[in-house]
Each structure stands twice: as structure tokens, then as C-alpha cells.
Write a protein that binds this ligand. Structure first.
Ligand SMILES: NC(=O)c1ccc[n+]([C@@H]2O[C@H](COP(=O)([O-])OP(=O)(O)OC[C@H]3O[C@@H](n4cnc5c(N)ncnc54)[C@H](OP(=O)(O)O)[C@@H]3O)[C@@H](O)[C@H]2O)c1
Length: 385
């Protein structure tokens, strides 16, 4: 049977849109997929020239670039460069919109796309606050459209492998979780108007990096077979203000899944995370350590407890496990496949990344910002507009 082909409209032409679009052009067979495929129907930018440059750059792929397959197979031949985002939302050749604009624009772009009858995959952080997200969900629900936040890691080979480890039960009950995503971003050398530093673009470590420790906490704790707490609580949080622009330089927060365990999460724009163990789940019978970077991890280790624990039932020997992203794929192709399958099957949300879980994470971010002292406290959402 011919694969179901999803026709994408790409909103904006920055870094992440480039990665995502390149992945749409990689041969699905490279990741053993034959039931769905992708086409780039239109690219929207604030200027038509920039949209055309974006397409031209993709077309100039070298032979060893993973996406050269799509270029050589004509997947960009009919791609329309459009000089406004609205033209993409209203294009009848487009089925689904990928939103890759700065954080403060996610809600308005996704809302406009949904109102024009398009399915939406929206970059993280999904929205600026829960009110914006609730509005998007309500529109998607009423118009029977698919809507999902980009949480690409949930669809990576390592995520399925780790679920299997937890399901097998060898590690026992979780006792502690630590999750971190940090970069030494040399903040003092950066342009204060840039996306990361600018509070009016939703900058700072929490909104930029926070979705990653959060997604691992959701995967390893919230979706743990022993978890019964559907409403984990934020126990406390701290944000360090970067005085030059008023965004958060770092954020630390603690969550509790009642009856399971607590998790300590952190993000930092002034230090790199650990090479092995940026994400750690300590369990009764052994510990799980996931490699850096948490947004594209391909390996994890399982370690026995320290000798002092003398746990006869527990993990006795350390082991290392490798679950690579398929060659030529940056890693965003897996979630694009999920979107295509959901839309093909008439589903509004993905079971692996449901609305309820995005709402939970968005709720923590609301509370952390409310309790902190950054300029993001003054940022208003665009819900209702
Ligand atoms: N999933 C991930 O791992 C990941 C990684 C990086 C970034 N992201 C997310 O992706 C989004 C974009 O990040 P990026 O690094 O791709 O940013 P970027 O390179 O700056 O691109 C953003 C694009 O948004 C458009 N835009 C519209 N209004 C803008 C404005 N006022 N200021 C700046 N740009 C504006 C521009 O495209 P046009 O000129 O074509 O309109 C610009 O190229 C953010 O929400 C970020 O959190 C996700």
C-alpha cells in the first residue's frame, strides 16, 4: 500500500525550522518507516525572499546530507515560498503546520493555523501560559484537528528502550530523579535582543531548556508503570535573575509524584550539564543514567547500587546501552511520522504526547514564573486575541 503523505507548511525560516524541514526530506526507509511520508508544501516567512532563500539552501544539499534524498526525489520541486504566515495557513495544499517562531508567537501562530482548519505541531515551550494552551486545545477539540507540542525525544529509539527497561521492573521502585539541561551560553557576550536573552521574546533558561528535564521527568516518573499520581505537585522553585535583561539565568524546581518519588529539575545558561548523567533515575535496585544532551540522547547506563547497599536482588553489573537515531536524521523525523499517523487515523492527539501532559508541564512553568522575580512575570499571553 502507498504510504500516507502529509503535506507540511513550515512557519518561519530560523534554525529549528531548518532542522525540522531537513528531516522531512530524509528517506523514511532510513528509519524503517514505510507507512507514512512527508512533503514540504509551503514555507512561510515575514518576507518572501527569506522563504525562497530557505528553500534554495535546502536544495543545495550535498550528496552526503541526509535530506539530499528528498531534494533528489522532487520533494521540494513544488514547495511554495510565501511572504506571510497567513498565506500558509490558508493554502489548500497544506494539511499540517509546523510552528517554529519565537516562544511568544507560538500561541498566535498555532491559533491562526487551527482557525484556518490546519493541524498543528508547535515548538516547545508550547505556550507562554496555561490559558494560551487551554485555548488552543479547545479550538483543536471543537474543530476536530490534531495538535501537539514538539517533544521529539519521546519518539526517539532511546525513549522506547527506556520504557521497556522500566516495564521489565529490574530497577524496582524509583527513589529519586535528577534532570538537567544546561549550556554555557556566554551570556555576557550575547546580543541582549536575542531570543534567549530577551524577556519580551520569552527568553531565559526555563522556557528555553526547561521542557527537556520536564520531558524526562514525565517519561521516567509520570509514565512509570508504578505511578498512580496523575497530578504531581511543584514543591518549590528558585530562579536566578540575569540582571542585564531580567530573564532567568538558571531555574531549579522540585516536583513530587505522591507515593512514587520526588524529582529535582534544573536548567542553566551559564554552565554545561554532565556528559553522562544529566538525567538520572535512582531506583531501589539500580540507577539509570542518561547521556548528554538530553534533547538528543542516544545512550544510557544502568549501574548497581553502591557496595554498601549489598542488594542481592538488584543490578549486579554496570551496563551501557546504545539506541542511536537513524543515520542522516537529526531526530525530528520520528515525531513527524507520529503526526502523520495520527492525522491519517483521524486522531486529535498523540497517546505518547497527550494534551494533558503538556498542560501539566505548562502549569509548572506558570507557577515557577509567578513565584520568581524575572521580567517574564510581566509578559502577557495572547489568549482571547
Ligand atoms: N525542539 C528543540 O530542541 C528546539 C531547539 C531550538 C529552538 N527551539 C524552539 O524553536 C523556536 C525558534 O527557535 P530558533 O532557534 O529556530 O530561532 P530563530 O533561529 O531565531 O528563528 C526564529 C524565526 O522566527 C521568525 N520570527 C518571527 N517574528 C520574529 C521576531 N520578532 N524575532 C525573531 N524572529 C522572528 C523568523 O523567521 P522569518 O523571518 O522567516 O519570519 C526567525 O527566523 C523557539 O520557540 C525555540 O524554543 C526548539
Amino acid at each position: 500500500m502507498a504510504p500516507y503523505t502529509l503535506r507540511w507548511g513550515i512557519i518561519s525560516t530560523g534554525w529549528i525550522c531548518t532542522q525540522f524541514t531537513q528531516d522531512l526530506l530524509v528517506d523514511p526507509k532510513s528509519r524503517s518507516v514505510s507507512d507514512v511520508s512527508h512533503k514540504v508544501a509551503a514555507v512561510g516567512s515575514r518576507s518572501v525572499e527569506s522563504a525562497q532563500i530557505f528553500i534554495n539552501k535546502l536544495k543545495s544539499a550535498k550528496d552526503d546530507d541526509g535530506w539530499s534524498w528528498g531534494v533528489n526525489n522532487g520533494l521540494l520541486d513544488d514547495t511554495k515560498p510565501l511572504g506571510t504566515y497567513d498565506e500558509v495557513y490558508n493554502d489548500s495544499d497544506v494539511d499540517a503546520i509546523y510552528v517554529g517562531t519565537p516562544n511568544t508567537m507560538h500561541h498566535q501562530c498555532a491559533k491562526a493555523a487551527l482557525l484556518a482548519g490546519k493541524h498543528v505541531l508547535c515548538e516547545k515551550p508550547f505556550c507562554l501560559n496555561s490559558a494560551e494552551l487551554e485555548e488552543l486545545i479547545s479550538i483543536a477539540r471543537s474543530k476536530n484537528l490534531f495538535l501537539m507540542e514538539v517533544v521529539w525525544v519521546r519518539f526517539h529509539p532511546i525513549a522506547y528502550a527506556l520504557e521497556e527497561v522500566l516495564r521489565a521492573g529490574q530497577l524496582g521502585k524509583p527513589q529519586r530523579f535528577f534532570g538537567d539541561l544546561s549550556f554555557d551560553n556566554k551570556m555576557d557576550t550575547q546580543d541582549p535582543s536575542s531570543r534567549l536573552l530577551n524577556p519580551s521574546l520569552g527568553g531565559g533558561s526555563l522556557l528555553d531548556l526547561g521542557p527537556y528535564p520536564a520531558l524526562w521527568a514525565m517519561l521516567l516518573l509520570h509514565r512509570h508503570p508504578l505511578n498512580q499520581d496523575k497530578n504531581p505537585k511543584l514543591l518549590f522553585s528558585h530562579q536566578t535573575v540575569y540582571e542585564r535583561t531580567g530573564v532567568d539565568l538558571n531555574t531549579r524546581w522540585c516536583l513530587e509524584w505522591k507515593g512514587l518519588c520526588q524529582g529535582l529539575l534544573s536548567t542553566d545558561l551559564a554552565s554545561f550539564g554532565l556528559k553522562t548523567g544529566s538525567i538520572v533515575l535512582q531506583c531501589e535496585h539500580g540507577d539509570l543514567l542518561i547521556d548528554y544532551p538530553p534533547y538528543r540522547a542516544e545512550s544510557f547506563e544502568i549501574h548497581p547500587k553502591p557496595d554498601l547497599a549489598s542488594d542481592k536482588e538488584g543490578v549486579q553489573k554496570a551496563s551501557r546501552h546504545h539506541h542511536p537515531i537513524a543515520p542522516g536524521n537529526y531526530g525530528m523525523s520520528y515525531e513527524a511520522d507520529e503526526v502523520a499517523r495520527c492525522i491519517r487515523d483521524g486522531r486529535q492527539q498523540s497517546d505518547r504526547m497527550p494534551w494533558e501532559e503538556s498542560l501539566l508541564v505548562q502549569g509548572w512553568f506558570d507557577q515557577i514564573i509567578r513565584d520568581g522575580n524575572t521580567k517574564l512575570k510581566d509578559l502577557r499571553g495572547t489568549e482571547g486575541q
